[in-house]
Design a protein around this ligand. Structure first.
Ligand SMILES: *Cc1c(COP(=O)(O)O)cnc(C)c1O
Length: 386
């Protein structure tokens, strides 16, 4: 049985704000009627600032992976040379999608837990001048690294004609990207991470530079043909039946982001990162990622004195606190704390307090309250008005 007091702190799905929940229970409407048109025409422009673009943000009914796949099928042709930065499970997924669609994939493998360096990307482009697109993940959710995708995009634009395609599934809504200014051509995201919604919506922001390639691309595609989504969006429509309840929820989620302001939303995520990291440091438990490369939406912790899986199990059983484990090569090595979307500094104080109790149970040696005190100090420091 699902306990309603469970505390969901996985890096997706994430908790849903009550007002978003209520919005999603509105009565169903016809998707070819006036009301749906109003809904789409309301949502479309309000998504743009969240993606840092003045271009189109298309909404597909599908999970985040459908947005990744749509970028690949629309912007590439079989045999194209592409560069994929692989620094974790999601970079690897992008590479797999590219392979599936018969691209000539150059993998730029980066140690899991580290960010790619801009020079590594430019070097790969110099070695392979035929590369037509560079795929990179913004927040690599499997490790908690945030790659410098804006700097990568700027540099790629300087030295080549390649498109820059960014997976922002676990960052958009929690961390800002200036898509237009940095030269990112396609930025994709999903609904169930920092966007405060259930899974089911995929977002694809497309810059004019990418439309040129997409419009001329002869590759066959149907459900994920972005040209059809753009055409329908202009008429306030979607090509196929949209997930209407999620669109109602999206309308409210956007209102919440606007009310708080995006700037404050991003600051709140940076604060939660800081509080979480300083707490684990004070508890003498190593973090997987360095300060400068760590994500503001998810923190990976690599314990040495106890089993990560044991902590996750006890936290879940005793307090209903849901944390994520490691994926693939990091399975059993790390646990991950999601602090994105409908998550606030108060929640950080709560999960750190819980984790301290579990650490006692596991026999980890630390000064009682040290984690909580460090999180409190980080909070006070961050919010101090000088
Ligand atoms: C969650 C996630 C995805 C998409 O996953 P879906 O299960 O298809 O929604 C893609 N990339 C990243 C970085 C993610 O965190």
């Amino acid at each position: 049985m699902k306990r309603e007091w469970d505390l969901l702190h996985t890096p997706g799905p994430t908790p849903i704000p009550p007002s978003v929940d209520r919005s999603m229970s509105q009565p169903m409407i016809g998707h070819r009627g006036e009301k749906c048109k109003e809904l789409m025409q309301d949502i479309a422009p309000r998504l743009k600032p969240v993606f840092g673009t003045s271009g189109d943000v298309l909404v597909i009914t599908g999970s985040g992976t459908s947005a990744l796949e749509s970028a690949v099928v629309n912007a590439t042709q079989p045999g194209d040379e592409v560069l994929v930065v692989v620094a974790g499970a999601f970079g690897d997924r992008f590479a797999q999608i590219c392979q599936t669609y018969e691209l000539n994939v150059h993998r730029l493998d980066v140690t899991w837990g580290e960010a790619v360096k801009v020079e590594e990307v430019t070097q790969a482009l110099q070695e392979n001048p035929e590369i037509k697109a560079v795929f990179v993940t913004h927040c690599e959710t499997s490790t908690g690294v945030m790659h410098p995708v804006e700097a990568v995009a700027e540099k790629v634009k300087e030295v080549s004609e390649a498109l820059v395609i960014v997976d922002g599934v676990s960052s958009i809504g929690g961390a800002g990207l200036n898509m237009d200014a940095s030269g990112i051509d396609i930025l994709v995201s999903g609904s169930q991470k920092a966007m405060m919604l259930p899974a089911g919506l995929a977002f694809v922001a497309v810059a004019d530079s990418a439309w040129t390639v997409i419009d001329q691309n002869p590759r066959p595609r149907f459900y994920l043909d972005l040209r059809v989504y753009r055409k329908q969006l202009m008429a306030g429509q979607t090509p196929y039946t949209p997930a209407l309840s999620l669109l109602f929820g999206l309308q409210e989620a956007l209102r919440l982001l606007e009310e708080e302001t995006l700037e404050k939303v991003y600051e709140r995520h940076a604060l939660m990162k800081q509080m979480t990291r300083e707490a684990f440091q004070a508890l003498q438990i190593p973090l997987l990622v360095s300060d400068g490369e760590a994500s503001t939406t998810v923190t990976s912790v690599r314990p040495e004195t106890f089993e990560a899986e044991q902590l996750r199990k006890l936290a879940r059983e005793e307090f209903g606190l849901q944390l994520a484990g490691g994926q693939k090569q990091l399975k059993g090595e790390i646990f991950r704390v999601g602090h994105m979307g409908y998550s606030r500094p108060a929640n950080v104080l709560q999960y750190i307090g819980i984790i301290e109790i579990i650490l006692k149970r596991l026999g980890h040696t630390f000064e009682p309250g040290a984690g909580t005190a460090a999180a409190q100090a980080a909070y006070l420091d961050f919010t101090r008005e000088d």
